[in-house]
Design a protein around this ligand. Sequence first.
Ligand SMILES: [Zn+2]
Length: 305
Amino acid sequence: MFYMRATSNLWKSSHTQTLSLISTSMQTQYLKVKRSAKSPTSRSKFIGLAIFALTTFGISLAQAHAVMAATWKFPWKASVTSVINQGWHNDGYGMNSLDFGLRGGEDVLAPVDATVVSQCNAGNNHRAAKFRAANGQFFSLIHITTSDIFVGKTYKLGDKIGTVASDRPWNNCAKSTGPHLHMGFPSRNFNIDGYNFTPWSVNAGVTLRSTNGASTGGNIISVNFSARTASGGVNVRSAPTTASSIVRTIGGNQTVNFDAWTYGQPINDLWAGKPDARWYRISGTNTWIASAVVWGNAPGSNPMP
Ligand SMILES: [Zn+2]
C-alpha cells in the first residue's frame, strides 16, 4: 500500500532525458523553475525528478532536501480542519497572506521552529507577530490571543503560541471582522503540510488537514543510519501514520539517510510479510518513511514494540 503506482515508460524516459540536462551547478535553478509548475501533481513529479537526479549525481538526500524549504505544518492541531476564507493578500509586515477559517479559542501552534522578530497588541492581548523560521524564512501570524509573547521568544514546531482570537479589533496592529487565523508566507509558492499553494491556487474550498502536534506514537530515538527504498518507490509522510499527508515520494532503490526512528502505525513489511511499526525520520527533516518499505533496520530496534 506504500508503493507509488507502477512507473510508466513515459516516466522512465523523462528521467533519462532530464538527467542529461542537469548539471550540479543547475540544481537550484532547476528546482526553482520546476516549482513554478501550476499543477500540484506535476510539481510533485518534478520534485521527484529533481531528487532522483540529485541522488544520481552522488548528492545525499539530506542535501537534496536542504535545497528545498523546511517542512512546515499548518498552525493548528491535527484534530482540527480549516478552509481558506480569504485568498492571497498582503499584511502590514508585507507578507503574502492567507486567512484560515478557525473558531475562536482553537489552539495556534508553531508551524515550524521559529523566533519572534516583531509583535504588537491590538488590545485585550489580541496579537500580531512576525517570525523568523529556523531556516531563515519569515512568516507572520495575526489574530492570536496570548499574553506570553515577546521579541526573541523561540518556539519549536507544534509549540502552542496562543489561541485564535474571538474579538474584533480594528487598528494598525490587527483588523478583524470575525474569528480566523491570518498567516503570512515567505512566497506565494509554498508547500505546507503536504498542500501546495501557488499564485494561481490557494486550495479554495478544500478541507485543510493539519498534522501539527500529531502523536508520533512514542518516543523518538535519535540514531543515524541509512536504508534503501523498495523498488516501487515510497511515500514520505508528515507523521508516522498512513493518515498523515504525503510530503513527497522517493523513487525505488534509493539510499536514504535517517537520523531517528519511532513506533507509529504498523505496516506489513514488504520482504518479511510481518507487521513492522517502525517509522524512520529522514535526516534533517520532520518527515517519515515506514520501515516496512525500506531495506535496512534502525540500529538496536525491533519491528514491533
Ligand atoms: Zn488576513
